[in-house]
Design a protein around this ligand. Structure first.
Ligand code: PDD
Length: 283
């Protein structure tokens, strides 16, 4: 496996960062995960725009030149790692770089950022996409800037561990009585033919897949309502689903042991799955 680190290509075993990197010491960085389908980077520009917003929010210096190099780096890694056919992902991480002394405040703007890009094969979980998952809820214990895709992921990691421990298929996080999102995906619910999802806010990450869902809904004349759904109300939904770059559109057929709708993937989820697949295969 070849990876890119700060202007050079290395084997994954060889690539290393200094122990004083602020990503390592403070979690001071952002990341993106981009889907690769038959060698093409799905919605790359949307991911880079979200990265720009994150870097701006964190005042991370990054030159036009550095940004302009990223697509070429990703394409080279896709080719060198033989991902021109089938499914894969690109992982991009940018940290505020290596700086001493260890002080919390940002170091000089001249500090070079650490830029890491990796490409890996990806196998979608066909069974859960077809049959749906049995989800659980957990308290959303994250901070109040979930709109920034930072590498501070411990609450997400803990939610994922809870899912694993309980052999669940999906996690819905609850803040102030409302479902915000999953630990790696956004949440949608269908009530009487209308798709509901949490509005853009500092409490969720605005997903690229979420935007694709809006696009498909518009084309298919499915009304969308941007509104928080309470943890109680969601149990009465006709359908619930999770959406994300490595989730695709995953139906949720029960939440905390309570059946959702008819207890199997519904027509809206299936229609959205087809719409996403078609876009991933042809764009
Ligand atoms: N996660 N919400 C959270 C908290 C996420 O971490 C993600 C993505 C999403 C969905 O965003 P998108 O549709 O752009 O993938 C929503 C990535 C894939 C991850 O952490 O692996």
């Amino acid at each position: 496996m070849q990876v890119y680190l700060n202007g050079r290509y290395y084997s994954r075993e060889e690539a290393a960062i200094p122990v004083i990197d602020r990503g390592f010491l403070f979690g001071d960085g952002i990341y993106e995960v981009i889907r690769v389908v038959n060698g093409r980077l799905f919605r790359l520009e949307a991911h880079l725009k979200r990265m720009d917003r994150g870097m701006k929010g964190l005042e991370m210096p990054f030159s036009e030149k550095q940004r302009a190099e990223l697509p070429g780096v990703m394409e080279k890694l896709v080719a060198d790692n033989r991902l021109q056919k089938g499914e894969g992902t690109i992982y991009l991480q940018i940290t505020r770089g290596a700086a001493l002394p260890r002080t919390h405040a940002y170091p000089s703007a001249e500090t070079p950022p650490t830029v890491l890009v990796m490409a890996s094969p990806f196998v979608p979980d066909k069974e859960i996409l077809e049959k749906g998952g049995h989800a659980i809820t957990v308290p959303d214990i994250r901070w109040a800037r979930c709109d920034l895709k930072t590498i501070n992921l411990l609450p997400n990691v803990m939610a994922a561990q809870e899912e694993k421990k309980r052999s669940a298929g999906g996690v819905l996080m609850i803040r102030d009585g409302y479902i915000t999102e999953g630990y790696k995906n956004n949440v949608f619910a269908v009530f009487d033919g209308t798709l509901w999802t949490y509005p853009d806010s500092p409490y969720i990450l605005s997903g690229i897949t979420r935007d694709v869902v809006f696009e498909i809904a518009e084309k298919e004349d499915i009304p969308v309502k941007l509104s928080p759904i309470s943890a109680k109300e969601i149990l009465k939904a006709d359908e619930v689903m999770l959406t994300g770059t490595i989730t695709d559109i995953q139906p949720v057929v029960s939440i905390d042991g309570r059946r959702i709708g008819m207890g199997h993937p519904g027509p809206v989820a299936k229609l959205l799955q087809r719409g996403l697949r078609q876009r991933m295969d042809t764009e």
